[in-house]
Design a protein around this ligand. Structure first.
Ligand code: FPP
Length: 243
């Protein structure tokens, strides 16, 4: 029986973030080249989106390409960009039929023109949807985002005394989105890799040894169930939380 039936619908995280990792290693394990793993990874994106909608998650944020990924071999970067552009544009009708709004975070100035055009077009064509906001982090890193936020705040002329938590959140790429309550990483790596460092301050972490191309709906439900088994105390004691 599917794990879905065990999920408590009143305690579903509103925002789930995923570090999709292990495409290359999975492809190698199949005797294929790395790009094959990225192609297969698109199906896992579809699986995670479907599962998120079934659970009632409102925001799903996926780490698709980091600022550090530009240092990969040119052939892989080119293939990934082409895959992203084609996938983004081809998926728009399906996104619209499922009520999914697409959004991008990251350094747009570093993206090839074709990718930037696909981003703008897909954001615009899905802007009226509100079942799920699917955010893709592209040419993104948390330190880059934080530096940009500091620049925005300083150049706004605000006084030091006025700077607070909310102001910093509003200066982030994720302005207007709730912080992720759950962060998932595949492929057995136990690190955050420069992803949403400000926003995951109180997120629950879920790590799985499965590679991203192996990610299916059941694994998403497993992550949600793990989240629901945690006691979230936000620095308080257990007794305070039950009061
Ligand atoms: C990490 O695996 C994955 C990526 C850098 C790219 C993610 C891209 C996709 C899943 C495909 C397209 C996605 C969308 C949203 C359309 P890795 O290459 O770092 O694997 P490795 O750690 O085994 O080398």
């Amino acid at each position: 029986m599917s794990l879905f039936s065990q999920i408590r619908k009143d305690r579903v995280p509103s925002h789930v973030a995923i570090i999709m990792d292990g495409n290359g290693r999975w492809a190698k394990s199949q005797g294929k080249d790395r790009v094959f793993g990225h192609f297969q990874g698109v199906e896992s994106v579809r699986n995670s989106v479907r599962a998120a909608i079934k659970c009632g998650v409102k925001y799903l944020t996926l780490y698709a390409f980091s600022t550090e990924n530009w240092n990969r071999p040119k052939e892989e970067v080119d293939a990934l960009m082409e895959l992203l552009v084609n996938t983004i544009l081809n998926e728009v009708p399906s996104l619209n039929s499922q009520g999914i709004r697409l959004k991008f975070i990251g350094d747009r100035t570093s993206l090839p023109a074709s990718c930037l055009a696909a981003i703008l077009e897909s954001e615009q064509r899905t802007s009226a949807n509100d079942t799920l906001q699917l955010t893709l982090a592209l040419s993104y890193s948390a330190r880059w985002e934080m530096i940009e936020a500091v620049k925005k705040i300083v150049s706004s002329g605000v006084s030091v005394a006025e700077i607070n938590d909310q102001m910093v959140s509003n200066a982030m790429e994720t302005a207007g989105m709730p912080d992720p309550e759950l962060l998932v990483r595949t492929s057995g790596e136990l690190r955050i890799s420069n992803f949403l460092l400000w926003q995951i301050a109180y997120a629950e972490l879920f790590f799985t040894d499965k590679f991203w191309p192996e990610f299916d709906e059941e694994l998403f439900y497993e992550a949600i169930l793990s989240y629901q088994s945690r006691e979230r105390r936000f620095g308080k004691t257990s007794e305070q939380m039950t009061q």
